[in-house]
Design a protein. Structure first.
Length: 299
C-alpha cells in the first residue's frame, strides 16, 4: 500500500500515547495560556485543538489566561505610561478599570474562538462565585502597587460545576478583595498556580515564549527535561534562574508542594506542544516533579 510507512508511524504515535491517556483519564489539567500562542492565529488554533483532544480523551482542562501586552496597549491609548516594579504592574484605580475591561474582552474572545472550533467553553473571572479571594500584594521595597492582588483563597465550586456540565472553564486573573471586595489584578501565573493547587490538578502547564529551563540560557542544548522540587530549589539557590524564570520556577515549586502532581513549562510557539509533552515518551519542555515521583517514561 502506498505510504504504508507513514501510516505505521501514525499508528506508533497512537500506541505511544495510549498509556498516558489511560493514566490521565479523569484528571484535571490547568493550562496557563499566554505569550505568542494567544496572538498568532495558527498557534491559537493549535492550542484549542490540543485542549479539545485533552477533553475528548477524558482529561478535564481548565484554562487560565493572561493579557498583559493588551493591557499595556490600552493603558498607552488612554494617555498613560505602564509602570512595572519587579515584573508587577503598578495598578491604580484607572489602570484597574482598564485591566478588568481588557481581560474580560480577552476572556470572551477566547471563549468565542473555542466555540468556533467545536469546544464548549465558559468564561469567568476570579470574582465570579468568589473563585479567587485576594489581599493587596506588598513587596520588599515598600512600593505601593495599587490594586495588585495576592491570592489567599480559592473556592473551586464554580469551576467544578462548569466541568461537571461539560464546559471548559476559561478564567481571567481578576480577584475579589477578601475584606474590601474591590477588584484586584492578579499575575496570571500566580492565579494558575493557586487554582491548580486548589484543584489538586494532575498537571499545571505554563505556555509561554520560552522552551523550558536551561542550565545555560545561552546554550539551547542545555534544556533540562525534568527537575525534582529539590533540584529546582538548588537551581534557584545557585543563581541559575534569572529574569522571568525565577518567579515561574517558584510557582512550579509552590504548586508541587501544594498537591499538583507535575508542572510543565512549554514553548507555546511550538505547534501542539501540549500533546508532545503530555503524550510522548520524552516530551519537549521542562517538567517539575515531586521528590518522591518517578522519572517515568513509558517505553
Amino acid at each position: 500500500m502506498e505510504n504504508m510507512d507513514l501510516w505505521i508511524q501514525k499508528a506508533d504515535v497512537l500506541v505511544e500515547a495510549l498509556p498516558y491517556i489511560r493514566d490521565f483519564a479523569g484528571k484535571k489539567v490547568v493550562v496557563k495560556y499566554g505569550g505568542s500562542a494567544m496572538k498568532d492565529a495558527a498557534l491559537k488554533k493549535s492550542v484549542v485543538t490540543d485542549v479539545a483532544l485533552l477533553k475528548l480523551v477524558g482529561m478535564k482542562p481548565i484554562i487560565v489566561h493572561g493579557g498583559g501586552k493588551e493591557i499595556s496597549k490600552w493603558v498607552k491609548l488612554s494617555g498613560r505610561t505602564p509602570e512595572f516594579v519587579n515584573g508587577l504592574r503598578v495598578t491604580d484605580k484607572d489602570t484597574m478599570e482598564i485591566a478588568e475591561m481588557v481581560l474580560n474582552k480577552v476572556n470572551k474572545g477566547l471563549v468565542q474562538y473555542m466555540e468556533e472550533n467545536g469546544v464548549k467553553a465558559c468564561g469567568i473571572s476570579g470574582k465570579d462565585g468568589g473563585t479567587l479571594r485576594t489581599v493587596k500584594k506588598t513587596i520588599a521595597s515598600g512600593k505601593d502597587l495599587g490594586y495588585v492582588g495576592e491570592v489567599t483563597d480559592v473556592d473551586p465550586t464554580l469551576i467544578d460545576t462548569l466541568i461537571d456540565q461539560d464546559f471548559i472553564p476559561v478564567i481571567c486573573p481578576i480577584g475579589l478583595g477578601a475584606e474590601d471586595y474591590q477588584s484586584y489584578n492578579i499575575n496570571a501565573d500566580d492565579a494558575a498556580c493557586a487554582i491548580a493547587s486548589a484543584e489538586k490538578a494532575e498537571k499545571l502547564v505554563f505556555l509561554s515564549d520560552i522552551e523550558g529551563v536551561y542550565k545555560d540560557p545561552m546554550n539551547p542544548d542545555t534544556l533540562i527535561s525534568e527537575l525534582t522540587v529539590d533540584e529546582a530549589k538548588q537551581f534557584i539557590a545557585e543563581g541559575n534562574a534569572g529574569g522571568g524564570m525565577l518567579p515561574k520556577l517558584t510557582n512550579c515549586i509552590h504548586a508541587i508542594e501544594n498537591g499538583v502532581s507535575r508542572v510543565h513549562i512549554l514553548d507555546g510557539r511550538i505547534m501542539h506542544c501540549m500533546l508532545l509533552e503530555i503524550f510522548t515518551n520524552r516530551g519537549i519542555g521542562t517538567a517539575i516533579i515531586g521528590n518522591d515521583k518517578n522519572r517515568y517514561f513509558h517505553g
